[in-house]
Design a protein around this ligand. Structure first.
Ligand SMILES: Cc1ncc(C[n+]2csc(CCOP(=O)(O)OP(=O)(O)O)c2C)c(N)n1
Ligand SMILES: [Mg+2]
Length: 284
């Protein structure tokens, strides 16, 4: 039986008081406990940023990578042992700026893991520069006259790349986010969650109560999660901000199509008889 208490690492987050990352951490621990997933068989993989410090604060296996590079190690870990529960997580700068190429390729491969973007629409750790999800016109430290660029829309990107589970959560609604993360982890295939995450220090113009006012739940409006066009239409909404599952379909996953890891993970295979030297020679 996995409990939330068991998932506490004992290290106190240094996030600003009120940071949305606290809600995401609580929801992630809650989802793992709800699904009774063993911490030893879970790997939380991040990049660099305020939110990316999360592997320090949860007692699972973990890996904090380079900026924008949570997804390559998450892919490697999953392919080395596809029986593990892998959760990749990082900021909007991490996933939609420097790591955007990895984001798109990971979505199209239908690997069987979860990716969460802590989307505060700002570079938090580097003290307040505009990110790829910052809306046009927003004044930040790096855009004193308002950002001149249109933002990236993460759920729309995931849908267009072919992701088989696409959702959006809000760090201020922990029960709802916990349930979304549990659904994402349970999904067989790539599961993406764009998580609204208030940054109380650098985005004072995006407070919790604005999200509360704007957000509505897709599941309360009879949204058909198997309809890609309907999902795209919801993802494109700007007046009201949908949270919940946009899209979910079943499709063969990446490893189903790789015979030698389909049933037995590489990490569990006996390689004592493999002649590594002969293999290396081929590359010399
Ligand atoms: C290759 C590289 N480029 C730039 C940086 C500097 N840097 C560190 S965190 C960061 C952005 C953080 O923003 P985000 O990913 O949104 O995370 P947040 O801090 O908002 O949680 C940047 C640009 C870096 N560490 N490595
Ligand atoms: Mg950010």
């Amino acid at each position: 039986m996995t409990t939330v208490a068991e998932l506490n690492s004992g290290h106190m987050p240094q996030w600003c008081p009120g940071c949305g990352d606290f809600g995401i951490l609580i929801a992630l621990k809650g989802a793992l406990a709800k699904l009774n997933i063993s911490p030893e068989e879970t790997v939380v993989v991040s990049g660099v940023g305020c939110g990316s410090k999360i592997p320090h604060f949860i007692k699972t296996c973990g890996f904090e990578g380079l900026h924008g590079r949570s997804l390559p190690p998450a892919t490697g870990i999953h392919l080395a042992n596809n029986k593990l529960t892998v959760v990749a997580i990082g900021g909007d700068g991490d996933g939609c700026g420097i790591g955007l190429g990895h984001f798109m390729h990971t979505m199209r491969r239908n690997l069987d893991f979860t990716y969460i973007i802590q989307d505060n629409e700002i570079y938090g750790l580097t003290v307040g520069q505009a990110s790829a999800t910052t809306k046009k016109g927003v004044i930040t430290k790096s855009t004193p006259h308002g950002t001149p660029e249109d933002p990236i829309n993460p759920p729309l990107m995931a849908l267009s790349a072919g992701a088989t589970f696409v959702a959006r959560g809000f760090a201020g609604d922990i029960p709802h986010l916990t349930d979304l993360i549990a659904q994402a982890i349970s999904h067989r295939g790539i599961a993406f969650i764009d998580c609204f995450q208030p940054c109380v220090t650098w985005r004072k113009d995006l407070p919790y109560d604005l999200y509360q006012k704007k957000c509505y739940k897709l599941e309360k409006e009879g949204h058909d999660t198997s309809n890609w066009d309907a999902a795209v239409a919801r993802a494109r909404e700007t007046e009201r901000w949908p949270i919940g599952v946009f899209y979910k379909i079943d499709k063969p996953i990446y490893t189903d199509q790789i015979p030698f890891i389909k049933d037995t993970p590489i990490a569990k295979q006996d390689i004592s008889n493999v002649n590594i030297d002969k293999f290396v020679e081929e590359f010399l």
